[in-house]
Write a protein that binds this ligand. Structure first.
Ligand code: NOJ
Length: 533
């Protein structure tokens, strides 16, 4: 087996910089705080860190409204701080992936200020401007992604036309039909890759292709405001050509399409994405059959070399421990998810705090920041017990920009690091196992029929046969794997803190004696039967 590229080896850890660690006491996380906590990432054994945007921004959409694509916002630090972070990460063998937002800019970006200044401005056509519809309303029926924003068009009194914004009105869509825009955004990619960044997460990739005729969605069997073929893929191929000017870089796309057929199209041909965030997987209910179906469907649809990116959490969604909580099983399920993501063929993506099993925070009405209700999953990380470090829990010495989770005392990094049975200790162990096992990193995968409520699969590599299993039920379930006669096994890791012992045992075969506990996930090493002498 040849050595896989860096982005296939270990987990990618998403840092949401506002909420990771505050280095200057203003209550907002920053690059200085992040640099001071890189040991945490190293202890998790992650291969790469993906940073949500740290660029100059009025922060209407928490930095996804970029006013300068090539500079750092003062709330996070300076460009030199970012250079320093990249160097610090590289010194620890951690790659750096930045968030690149090609679909739109802030309305405060100099390009948009020029564009809206007059219909004759040379930058007018850098954004999408149209006249009113005959009824005096917006040019078509496209809606903003955010329900609160309503139509995807805002009227500009000064120039008497509407501009398109797929998100908030403060995030005008760039006009990728204009080759000058495409070239300028390619230069942004080069700016960061020249600076030593290892990869980019492409924000809202599906939005780069829109119907050039801007037809309404109503009455059509497909959407005209995204995923428009072939332009979306042509634009992606253009981006990939720029990335391929550099050695060993990676692009992972946010492809927010709830149909795996459409998602795998962005991975095909070897000249588009290296990986795609798959939101079909993120939206699954806690159900073994549903997970099995989506994993099998991805394998069936994608080209054999296509590499999955498995993730169940990011800064736009309720946290795993809350979303999958069902009468108190949230923590156990968050642990099971950590094992599942580590053991599936593909790259696991961890959102900061997943390694602690953090739930959503409660946000009182007076503290709401986000336009789209996403604050609960964005609460700052608790580093130290508030009883020792004060209410900022080691995240900040000031007033945190969002309230922390109520459970900070028990769930903070320091408390969990001291407990060998904690979720943090489990996630560290999973990182070690992946680093030790070629089968986990790049082995073959084979889904098993393991009985109701159990998802099980084999990972194999030279000299290694591993069996992963997750019990989705809230009662114990036997691990029945008919294809594996009388399997002898050693437990490499279990998510159940009560399970002890790793000795070789018999019995995951057709008449199982191995019983999975409620919400337990395990990784077993299948041991060959001793040959009779
Ligand atoms: C996806 C990002 O993850 C989300 O946070 C943001 O609001 C939109 N894209 C718009 O940039």
């Amino acid at each position: 087996m040849s050595s896989p590229p860096w982005w296939q080896r270990g987990a990618v850890y998403q840092v949401y910089p506002r909420s990771f660690a505050d280095g200057d006491g203003d209550g907002v996380g920053d690059l200085r705080g992040l640099r001071a906590h890189l040991d945490h990432l190293a202890d998790l054994g992650v291969t790469a860190v993906w940073l949500s945007p740290v660029f100059t921004s009025p922060m209407v959409d928490a930095g996804y409204d970029v006013a300068d694509f090539c500079d750092v916002d003062p709330v996070f630090g300076t460009l030199e701080d970012l250079d320093g972070l990249i160097a610090d990460c590289h010194a620890r063998g951690i790659r750096v992936v930045l968030d690149w937002v090609p679909n739109h800019s802030s309305d405060q970006h100099p390009w948009f200020l020029a564009s809206r200044s007059s219909r004759d401005d040379p930058r007018r056509d850098w954004y999408v401007w149209r006249d009113s519809a005959p009824d005096g309303g917006p040019p078509n029926d496209w809606r903003s992604e955010f329900a609160a924003a309503g139509p995807a068009w805002s009227y500009d009194e000064h120039t008497g036309q509407w501009y398109l914004h797929s998100y908030t009105p403060q995030q005008p869509d760039l006009n990728w039909d204009n080759p000058e825009v495409e070239a300028a955004m390619h230069d942004v990619v080069r700016f960061w890759l020249d600076r030593g960044v290892d990869g980019l997460r492409i924000d809202a990739l599906q939005r780069l292709g829109k119907d050039p005729l801007l037809r309404s969605n109503a009455g059509s069997d497909r959407r005209h405001d995204q995923d428009w073929e072939p332009v979306a893929h042509e634009r992606l191929r253009g981006i990939r050509r720029v990335v391929d000017e550099y050695q060993d870089r990676m692009i992972v796309g946010e492809v927010y399409l709830l149909d795996q057929r459409r998602v795998v199209d962005y991975l095909s041909g070897g000249d588009q994405l290296h990986m795609a965030h798959n939101f079909v997987f993120l939206h699954l209910p806690w159900d073994a059959a549903a997970f099995r179906h989506v994993i099998a469907e991805f394998e069936a649809l994608a080209e054999p070399d296509a590499w999955p990116a498995w993730f169940l959490g990011n800064h736009d969604h309720s946290r795993i421990a809350t979303r999958y909580d069902d009468g108190g099983s949230g923590q156990a399920r968050a642990r099971a998810v950590a094992l599942m993501l580590t053991a599936l063929r593909g790259t696991p993506f961890l959102y900061q705090g997943d390694e602690l099993g953090l739930p959503d925070a409660e946000i009182p009405p007076g503290r709401v920041v986000d336009v789209d209700g996403r604050d609960p999953g964005r609460a700052p990380l608790p580093w130290r017990p508030p009883s020792l470090a004060g209410p900022g829990a080691g995240f900040t010495t000031g007033e945190p920009w969002l309230p922390l989770v109520r459970e900070a005392e028990q769930l903070c990094v320091e408390s969990q690091a001291a407990d060998p049975c904690s979720t943090l200790s489990l996630v560290r162990r999973l990182g070690e196992l992946r680093a030790e096992s070629a089968a986990l990193r790049s082995g073959d995968q084979h889904l098993l029929d393991a009985g109701p409520d159990v998802l099980a699969w084999l990972r194999t590599g030279p000299g290694e046969r591993l069996l992963a299993a997750v019990n989705f039920a809230t009662e114990p379930r036997p691990l029945i794997v008919p294809g594996i006669p009388g399997a002898r096994h050693a437990v490499l890791v279990s998510t159940d803190p009560e399970r002890t012992g790793t000795a070789v045992q018999d019995g995951t075969g057709p008449r199982a004696r191995f019983v999975l506990q409620p919400s337990e996930a395990v990784l077993l090493e299948l041991v060959p039967h001793a040959r009779p002498t």
